[in-house]
Design a protein around this ligand. Structure first.
Ligand SMILES: [Zn+2]
Length: 345
């Protein structure tokens, strides 16, 4: 029985390249059911597509035929009579078509960003003392109405944030994505279509992975469509962090994160910015009683706030108040905040 995960699949092809100028290669690909048009869109000027890009694309094709009730193992398995599924045959044909391994720099798709441990895991940041340090994690956008003014506010104050964005909003707002990336912010994954917790809790790992891959694809498309972004991220931009809508946590989500090499992130301080009548700025500085009696707030950590609400002014106030010598609260990037803290359970 074949057993293959996305990461193994991509790793297997990561040092190879595929020559789409060769008609024999193209006809074999088409006969095997690969979407040649999508592969060609990934090719460089010489018509070659690197193994990693091709593998990512093919994996999406595989997922397109993946019934939610079946695992990839099933799809790629060999039947008792020796026949394979269409996706399994596609995998075999591609394996045969790829040229001999070539040295590429595609392994590190992170660009200028630091490479994080793949086991990066920050589940319950609320119970972890961050000792007067915080980082902005901004969820749900990009949003045409509210994100630009938030970017203005962050730029004025020299703060780098991590935006946990959805794939569908990335797709709808490429100019905002571009600006955030050129401003030096981090884009992270918040699923493709933001399934709410009751629905998300029923998702299989394959379904969660599909959300993650579609988000990565949406981001890839934004970068591929813009020369400035291509110049800044010649190796592409690999998403490395994931936050589930509603902070949902299931074994399927953890499995998907592990297989996609995405760190799982909860938050330390919830500004509760979506609740009416809550002072979202005060939430960050005043210890807040939780149900269990623990207090959060002044301990710092990743701050949760949203860019689908009018939050530019609040973010500015939080930064200004944090930097007031009376509070002496450091505002860091999420990577700096998490330095040395790779696992918070
Ligand atoms: Zn959300």
């Amino acid at each position: 029985m074949a057993s293959i995960t996305r990461s193994a699949f991509v790793a297997d092809f990561s040092k190879r390249s595929l020559d789409l100028n060769n008609p024999a290669v193209v006809s074999k690909l088409a006969a095997a059911g690969a979407d040649v048009g999508k592969l060609k869109a990934l090719a460089d000027g010489s018509g070659k597509v690197t193994g990693q890009k091709a593998a990512e694309r093919v994996f999406l094709d595989v997922l397109d035929v993946l019934d939610n009730d079946h695992s990839l193992d099933t799809i790629l398995s060999v039947a008792a009579d020796g026949t394979k599924t269409p996706a399994g045959r596609l995998y075999d044909v591609l394996d045969g078509l790829f040229a001999k391994p070539v040295q590429t720099q595609i392994d590190n798709m992170i660009g200028e960003r630091p490479v994080l441990p793949t086991s990066y895991f920050a589940k319950d940041c609320r119970n972890h003392a961050f000792q007067g340090k915080c980082a902005f994690t901004i969820d749900d956008g990009p949003n045409a109405k509210y994100t630009p003014s938030i970017l203005d506010t962050l730029k004025e104050r020299g703060v780098k944030a991590t935006f946990f964005w959805t794939g569908q909003n990335i797709q709808a707002n490429p100019k905002i994505v571009k600006r955030a990336l050129l401003d030096g912010h981090e884009v992270a994954c918040h699923t493709y279509k933001h399934p709410m917790p009751p629905e998300l809790k029923t998702y299989t790992a394959s379904q969660v992975k599909r959300e993650m891959m579609l988000t990565q694809e949406a981001l890839n498309a934004v970068i591929a469509g813009d020369p400035e972004l291509q110049a800044k991220f010649p190796q592409g931009y690999k998403l490395t962090k994931f936050r589930a809508p509603g902070g949902t946590d299931t074994p399927a989500i953890q499995q998907a994160c592990a297989e996609m090499n995405l760190g799982y992130f909860y938050w330390g301080v919830d500004t509760n910015d979506w609740r009416k009548g809550v002072d979202k700025v005060q939430q960050v500085f005043e210890p807040t009683e939780l149900n269990g009696g623990a207090t959060i707030g002044s301990r710092g950590g990743p701050l949760l706030i949203h860019d689908i609400h009018d939050n530019a002014a609040a973010i500015g106030q939080i930064i200004d108040r944090a930097r007031d010598p009376a509070n002496n609260f450091q505002v860091l990037s999420l990577d700096r905040l998490m330095e040395g803290k790779t696992h918070i359970a």
